[in-house]
Design a binder for this molecule. Structure first.
Ligand code: UDP
Length: 379
């Protein structure tokens, strides 16, 4: 073995695939019983509808290198992601666009008029100087829209004072003064034609790659454990960085998700793939209806699969999904970063390994950079 990769999500598999193609022998371990991390998907048995087991994953990128790379493993459908938001019994288009603004204010503002209105409603806040989620959110969409679509949704999603959350979280969503309600701005977008798991398996399908599932890096009863390997074999670790160091600098804040999946006896439950529920009187943040991700497929027309999504703080035993990234977390992260630099022959990557809110294309892009700039020469 030339390299041990801990974690078989997109970051880990990209590293493994690159190293294997360069002639290195790679072992990938994952403590779960399947590959793919949170991008894993499977057919719901009763309906055959592909469900994203750990929440909806939408692939999009503007990075040419990443787009070329991912197309080696799968083709993409022409799916374009759109999200709607159910506020006080009325459904609005997201991200905030001229349609949302005019529907909310029961008006027919031109782009210029809408801009002037939102600027006035943003009051003292400005996008360039906003210090946190709340200031940036109000600066972007004004106070009334912020309160309708962002304040309570964010309270459910993060359970953290919006003044302690980064403004970068809210600027993931575009704001448009046109009627375009595509959720993403990227040049390329689509879903893997044969599903996420087929794509992930194709990445791992190389004679130089061995995948061992149900194998926990921290379990000393299995041979490829941290104590036995670190310092001897190069490692790329993609699990939670605080877990790696046994929480020596304290626990970083992570959010986890719970899902309530249901097969509903109707052909179409909500008419779209994702409906957000920004109001406080719904406990869930959104409902996914998976058939709508693949309108090109033949799915049963008398049944559909929906999944309600709930968010909460992750305990040590829960699956971490989102780094909360408060100022306290950032301070702790700096200490963990210093520790990672001293770790012999171990590189840290991915959403969990770097404590960064990376999208799939970012995880793949950063794995390609790690391979090209650091690992390729050193292995
Ligand atoms: N957000 C919100 N209302 C919405 C959608 C998003 O307040 O209807 C905020 C919320 O804080 C969320 C963030 O914007 O965590 C980023 O949303 P995105 O849809 O990018 O989150 P993801 O799909 O990654 O969970």
């Amino acid at each position: 073995m030339d390299l041990l990769v801990v974690g078989s999500g997109f970051f880990g598999l990209t590293i493994a695939e690159r190293a294997a193609s360069a002639g290195k022998k790679v072992v990938v371990i994952d403590r779960r019983s399947h590959i793919g991390g949170n991008a894993y998907s499977e057919a719901e048995p009763e309906t055959g509808i592909e469900i994203h087991k750990y929440g909806a994953h939408l692939f999009h990128t503007s990075n040419e290198t990443v787009w070329e790379y991912v197309n080696r493993f799968t083709k993409f459908t022409s799916y374009v992601h759109k999200v709607y938001s159910h506020h006080k019994g009325v459904v609005y288009p997201l991200p905030v666009n001229l349609g949302t603004i005019n529907q909310f204010f029961q008006a027919a503002y031109s782009p210029e008029e809408a801009r002037a209105l939102i600027k006035e409603q943003a009051g003292e806040f400005d996008v360039k100087t906003a210090q946190n989620f709340e200031e940036k959110g109000i600066a972007l969409v004004g106070r009334p829209l912020f309160e309708a679509f962002f304040r309570d949704y964010t309270a459910k999603q993060w359970q953290t004072d919006a003044k302690k959350l980064s403004g970068d979280i809210v600027s993931r969503l575009p704001v448009r003064y046109t009627y375009d309600n595509r959720y993403f701005n990227d040049k390329y977008e689509g879903l893997p034609v044969d599903g996420y798991t087929a794509w992930l398996e194709k990445m791992a399908d190389h004679p130089n790659i061995e995948v061992r599932l149900n194998t926990d890096f921290f379990d000393e009863s299995q041979p490829l454990n941290k104590k036995a390997v670190v310092g001897k074999t190069p490692v790329v670790y993609t699990g939670p960085v605080d877990r790696y160091f046994d929480y020596a600098e304290g626990e970083l804040g992570w959010r986890t998700l719970d899902f309530e999946q249901e097969v509903v006896p109707v052909g179409d439950y909500q008419g779209t793939s994702v409906m957000n529920y920004p109001d406080a009187n719904f406990e869930y943040t959104r409902i996914h209806e998976f058939r709508h991700f693949h309108p090109e497929r033949e799915y049963p027309n008398d049944k559909t699969v929906i999944m309600r999504e709930f968010s909460r703080f992750a305990d040590k035993d829960d699956e971490p999904y989102y780094p909360v990234n408060t100022p306290d977390d950032r301070e702790r992260l700096l200490k963990y970063r210093a520790l990672t630099e001293q770790e012999p022959k171990v590189l840290f990557g991915g959403r969990l390994g770097t404590y960064q809110y990376l999208d799939m294309h970012m995880a793949i892009g950063s794995a390609l950079s790690m391979w090209n700039n650091k690992l390729n020469e050193s292995l």
